[in-house]
Design a protein around this ligand. Structure first.
Ligand code: NAP
Length: 490
């Protein structure tokens, strides 16, 4: 089938967009184009090349089940290796030929009469598609801190996800704003080379040990040659995340939260001798409320002589540096903003108009909702990867997106086999799904744990995470059920 017979547009050539392309090809569907705003594939793994960038999920699980890799050099892969894995996938599956690089999507609208989407791009083009798959990801656009004087700083200011490799940090006075997943990786990596390092903490994270190690040559050899061994490791890791990690994060049981918090406190005590620094580093909210971080070198880095933890965040920036909450000015040459991403928890990623001019931004203004995180009523033939409430609090994100790709392929095959104009999830089906999901969300630590996080939309609704075990999600999306959809004949 050629691109003109059944054109499919995928928005974004990140990990998910590349994976979606592969799954389509494996299903014999070649009629897709991927629109990518940057000049290479990889998405957040292309952009986040700050020193120390790595994954905090085991690589044998943070890789596709349909493309397992025996060559991972470590238990937890670092950014260059993960990006190479994605580039290699794109190369081997001939994905590049489907990608239009430097193409930013500015909007999409659906025409009910023809059953076609029109997708506009910044360069003035309008493309038509029977199906649109949004693979734009949540961690794409950097969020800079809303701090007075940001423009005044005369030194170098850079965001972790827009790292400038030409900046020489050796011997410099460096400030890091934020203590999230990115910060705890960059801080220990740069601490030995900088002159002084000030870490501006607003809220301490819970941090537990990272059981990282190099994979031996023997292990890699065995993964390459012993049938089933690689899959066995993946399955073991999967259930470990489900039943060791999962309960501590998902369950509302206070004793499990205490178990996690005690683990975190012991981890602080092991590296930090100063009682005052220990106090500053101990969170006052429940374990799991924000993303639990894993690191063995973050606390030791904070205990170094050239590193200072400045509690209370940054009050304002000046031409020379940062003023902390107590009013002390810290002179700095470089400021690293490790302040996370503009996560689209409410509103559409780009202006999207569905049936009868329905506007997705308006529909999602109080917090995004979809059916199983994939389809939205009133927006036919539009599929989301990593859509609302399908982010993981405890396991690999790919355990969700992989299944969403397969669900989307099944929907496309249904459209083709039954010669349908479109499928549109019934509002009643979507509402029942979300009623149940948000009832389960009610008692989660993300809502009740006493913290604020990027998981929550401004309305306070958790629109990002799935409030249950991944295996339940996987079971629920294993089959595309046309009865849950309004089907329009061609
Ligand atoms: P983040 O978790 O959102 O952390 C942002 C940090 O910046 C927080 O400590 C936040 O403090 C602080 N901050 C924000 N605005 C501030 C301000 N105005 N003044 C002072 N501090 C401010 O961002 P991230 O660390 O980039 O991580 C985002 C997500 O990316 C993670 O949750 C994870 O899903 C993913 N990630 C994963 C890995 C990995 O290993 N796989 C690595 C990096 C990132 P508050 O807590 O007070 O808001």
């Amino acid at each position: 089938m050629s691109a003109t017979d059944f054109p499919i547009l995928i928005l974004g050539a990140g990990f998910s967009g590349v994976g979606m392309g592969i799954r389509l090809k494996q299903a014999g569907i070649e009629s897709f184009t991927i629109l990518e705003r940057a000049d290479d594939v990889g998405g957040t793994w292309r952009d986040n090349h700050y020193p120390g960038a790595a994954c905090d999920v085991h690589s044998h699980l943070y890789s596709y089940g349909f493309e397992q890799n025996p060559e991972w050099s470590r238990a937890f892969g670092k950014q260059p290796e993960i990006q190479s894995y994605i580039l290699d996938l794109a190369e081997r599956h001939d994905i590049y030929r489907h990608v239009r690089f430097n193409t930013e999507v500015t909007g999409a609208r659906f025409d009910e009469d023809t059953g076609l989407w029109t997708v506009d791009t910044e360069d003035g083009a309008s493309l038509q598609a029977r199906v649109v798959v949004s693979a734009v990801g949540a961690l794409a656009d950097p969020s800079y801190p809303d701090i007075p004087g940001l423009e005044d700083f005369q030194g170098k200011l850079m965001h972790t996800s827009r790292w400038d490799p030409d900046v020489d940090l050796r011997g410099k006075r460096v400030g890091v704003i934020g203590t999230g997943a990115s910060a705890i990786q960059v801080v220990p990596t740069i601490a030995p080379e900088v002159g002084e390092l000030k870490v501006f903490q607003r809220t301490p994270p819970w941090v537990i040990p990272k059981f990282d190690r190099a994979m031996s040559e023997w292990e890699k050899f065995a993964f390459r040659h012993v049938p089933g061994l690689l899959s066995a490791r993946r399955i073991a890791l999967y259930w470990m995340y489900e039943f060791l990690n999962g309960p501590m994060i998902i369950s509302a049981q206070p004793w499990l939260k205490r178990l996690g918090a005690d683990w975190g406190k012991r981890h602080i005590a092991k590296s930090i001798k100063d009682p005052e620094l220990r106090r500053k580093l101990t969170p006052d909210y429940e374990f799991g409320c924000k993303r639990v971080l894993i690191s063995n070198d973050y606390y030791p880095a904070l205990a170094r002589d050239n590193v200072e933890l400045v509690d209370g965040g940054v009050a304002r920036l000046t031409g020379k540096g940062a003023v902390d909450a107590a009013g002390n000015e810290h002179e700095l040459d470089v400021i690293i903003s490790a302040t996370g991403f503009d996560v689209p928890s409410a509103g559409a990623p780009v202006p999207i108009q569905g049936r009868d001019g329905l506007d997705l931004d308006t529909v999602w203004s109080q917090g995004a909702e979809a059916y199983k995180g994939i389809t939205v009523s009133g927006f036919p033939n539009l599929f989301f990867l990593l859509g609302p409430n399908t982010g993981p609090g405890h396991t690999s994100v790919l355990a969700y997106t992989e299944k969403q790709m397969d669900y989307t392929v099944q929907a496309i095959q249904t459209l083709q086999k039954r010669d349908l104009k479109y499928v549109d999830v019934k509002q009643s089906v979507q509402d029942a799904f979300n009623k149940d999901l948000h009832a389960r969300m009610e008692n989660t630590v993300w809502l009740k744990g006493g913290c604020s996080s990027w998981y929550l939309a401004p309305s306070g609704k958790n629109t990002t995470l799935y409030p249950d075990f991944n295996f339940k999600y996987r079971l629920s999306v294993r089959r595309f059920n046309p009865r849950e959809y309004e089907l329009a004949r061609a």
